[in-house]
Design a binder for this molecule. Sequence first.
Ligand SMILES: Cc1cc2nc3c(=O)[nH]c(=O)nc-3n(C[C@H](O)[C@H](O)[C@H](O)COP(=O)(O)O)c2cc1C
Length: 194
Amino acid sequence: MIFETVKQIVAATRSYRSFDPSRPIEYDVMREIIDAARYCPSAANLQPLKYRIVAGDETDAVLPLTRWAGYFRDIKLPPDGRTPTGYIVILHDTSVSPETDYSKMDVGIAAEVIMLAASELGYGGCMIGSFDRDGIKKALGVPDGLVPVLVLALGTPDETVLITEVKDGDVKYFRDGKGLHFVPKRSLEEVVIE
Ligand SMILES: Cc1cc2nc3c(=O)[nH]c(=O)nc-3n(C[C@H](O)[C@H](O)[C@H](O)COP(=O)(O)O)c2cc1C
């Protein structure tokens, strides 16, 4: 894979919060994606992460337990009828190891690999860190010892998200009059320290 391709895939893998209900992500596709994520690096190679796939009718139970786009006060996301068609809930298995800073790094690595893989397969979604942990455990019947740490909402995006530059230090994402979503990213000059 050439470097420009890696950069393009990362740039194209944005957070999407509106989905086409006619093109759902299937259970088996999410399972395949997790098969890629299990090759991820893991601190001390402990591999404490487990994954709960949510598809079909079960998805309705997850949405009300998740919180979206905290910067927006007046825009309801996802819009009614344009909700995620699948979820992958990343769980920490405390029978493997206790939760640590390192295990949280494992979560981030696995989560981005899942989003990149989904993107390459024509899907997309949003990492959701703000969710009701107890509610998710109950709704999905998650066994004791498995702690939900991150929810990945997935589907076929039906909105446009564009990268823009950070201006005057403002990192808040915003939407224009046409509903295009802009995500400011810090410049290379700002993030590489000399
Ligand atoms: C660890 C993590 C947790 C996040 N939690 C939420 C969340 O609870 N709700 C939400 O709408 N977006 C969430 N996001 C998405 C961020 O808002 C998004 O990554 C950011 O706005 C930049 O947009 P981009 O992903 O398109 O670059 C989360 C992202 C990360 C990495």
